[in-house]
Design a protein around this ligand. Structure first.
Ligand code: FAD
Ligand code: MLT
Ligand code: ZN
Length: 477
């Protein structure tokens, strides 16, 4: 039986535009769209709209706009900050992009891909790889996260150290604005100084300014040689020294440089099937370094062996293993990609996705560890992340056996303590996951004054009725 709180005329008009497959109103169908990956938020919605094209999306948005119905854009629903979850009022509709999932074109002359928003990042990477090209953005959620979500959050990830965030990769964009009009800036130009770069306004706006429907993404030639190593180190300071050693030799060869604390790696080792640390002894911390090049020679192996040889000799690295095959390489990546999942299995966690200047990372970890341990004795300090970008996921896992709800009740105290330290070190309280609803309360303290006011004015100009993803980024008035 169908349950809906949509006004009947709107329901009928949406059904006309989207068909039965494109309009979900039964709560058994809509519930999965109303909870986030971390299960922090449990919202409700009047319906889930699943347009299969830009045209359907534009018509559906225009109808919702005319009826004053709030809209929550959703891609793969992997947000770490509750960005794609509706509130509990049940007034909003979720607009899911998963049916807009076609790769339109791959252009070998311009090295671009034209793609719909609902193509998963993994499917887009595979389509590029099938034509000998590389889509140089990789995140652990890439099997579910889609191009629209990745652009809406300006996702970073494992290759940001070499190619930048999603923002740097998008040459063109198409989006449905809150009134249903279509903004088409699907150009594939590297140079185009013709007024405001409107695509960049939509990128990182977390669905508050419109729904991204298509994009033109820059590609690269696929690497023809790759070297991957897992290294045991004493801590973040040693990891940064190792990063500097590689960078000094050839910064363009570094495709990934990831840091993992011993505590977080311990959780992966014990809670993830098939994840086995291929080193003799557990270490205080680990680095996963990947070098890649479009050249097919063995210069990367020489580079890897030279830098690691010297680091092992000086004691900077205490142990290391190099992947000798593609399957060994993938096994090493499992040891990096499963940290979020392992932490989820270990109970509740408080996540601080922060960035600081590289040199401040050891101080961040030391000071934040002390502050958090003082707040909640017994919590597990499990930082990891994209150290080459200055981005550490300073995540805290509940004490073993503790009540998850009691631990999460202290999330603001913990987040604020870490944020104070981050501020003192000149950093940001959200490096790559965005603000969503989890961190909206922090915006006035961090982005107050003219910065937040300018954001509010842009929002009011494009979405005067505040219908597009309300309650995200901006704190309640
Ligand atoms: P959703 O979760 O569906 O939405 C995210 C936000 O974007 C919401 O505000 C939503 O309203 C908006 N949105 C979604 N689609 C659209 C659209 N078409 N138009 C406009 N707005 C839209 N993030 C990183 O940056 N780097 C990482 O390394 C990383 N690792 C992760 C690992 C795991 C295991 C998980 C669960 C998450 C990780 N994330 C990471 C966070 C998350 O995967 C990214 O933010 C991702 O870009 C979200 O994509 P999505 O399609 O799932 O978006
Ligand atoms: C990652 O890089 O794996 C994440 O962004 C996950 C996290 O913060 O838990
Ligand atoms: Zn990350």
């Amino acid at each position: 039986m169908s349950e809906t709180s949509l006004p009947q005329p709107l329901h009928d008009a949406l059904l006309d535009v989207l068909g039965a497959t494109g309009l979900l109103t039964d709560t058994t169908d809509t519930d999965p769209f109303c909870t986030d990956w971390r299960a922090l938020y449990h919202g409700r919605c009047a319906a889930v709209l699943r347009p299969a094209s830009t045209e359907e999306c534009a018509k559906a948005v225009a109808l919702c706009h005319a009826h004053g119905v709030p809209m929550v854009p959703q891609g793969g629903n992997t947000s770490m900050v509750g960005g794609a979850t509706p509130d509990t009022s049940g007034a909003a509709v979720v607009i899911s992009t998963t049916r807009m999932n076609r790769v339109h074109a791959i252009d070998h002359a311009d090295l671009t891909m034209t793609v719909e928003a609902g193509v998963t990042l993994k499917a887009a990477q595979d389509a590029a790889a099938a034509q000998g090209l590389l889509l140089p953005l990789s995140i652990s959620s890439e099997g579910s996260a889609d191009i629209g979500g990745v652009l809406a959050t300006n996702a970073g990830g494992n290759n940001t150290v070499r190619y930048g965030n999603a923002r740097e990769l998008a040459l063109g964009l198409e989006a449905v604005l809150p009134d249903g009009s279509v903004l088409d800036v699907m150009r594939k130009l590297r140079k185009d100084n013709t007024g405001y770069a409107l695509r960049q306004l939509l990128i990182g706006a977390e669905g508050t300014l419109g729904i991204i429907t298509r994009a033109v993404i820059q590609l690269q030639p696929a690497p023809r040689s790759r070297e991957t190593a897992l290294c045991a180190v004493g801590g973040a300071a040693q990891a940064l020294e190792l990063f500097a050693a590689f960078r000094k030799q050839d910064p363009s060869a570094i495709h990934a440089f990831e840091f993992m604390s011993g505590t977080s790696m311990g959780l992966v080792n014990t809670l993830i099937d098939g994840a086995t640390l291929p080193l003799e002894e557990p270490a205080p911390a680990y680095v996963l370094v990947e070098l890649a090049s479009p050249r097919a020679d063995d210069s990367l192996r020489t580079l890897m062996e030279t830098v690691l040889g010297e680091a092992l000799e000086s004691g900077l690295v205490t142990d290391a293993v190099l992947a000798e095959s593609e399957s060994q390489r993938q096994a090493l990546w499992v040891l990096r990609e499963e940290h979020a999942e392992a932490q989820k299995r270990a109970g509740a966690s408080v996540k601080n996705d922060v960035s600081v200047p590289l040199a401040a990372i050891p101080a961040l970890i030391a000071q934040a560890t002390e502050a958090c341990e003082a707040l909640v004795p017994g919590l597990r300090v499990a930082p990891f992340g994209h150290i080459g970008d200055g981005n550490i996921h300073f995540n805290l896992v509940q004490p073993e056996g503790a009540d998850p709800k009691a631990f999460l009740a202290q999330d603001h105290a913990i987040m604020d303590a870490v944020a104070d330290i981050v501020r003192g070190l000149g950093g940001s309280f959200s490096a790559e996951h965005g603000v969503g609803q989890l961190k909206a309360y922090m915006m006035p303290a961090w982005r107050g004054g003219a910065e937040l006011e300018t954001m509010r004015r842009i929002k009011a100009a494009i979405d005067p009725a505040n219908l597009m993803n309300p309650g995200k980024i901006f704190p309640a008035a």
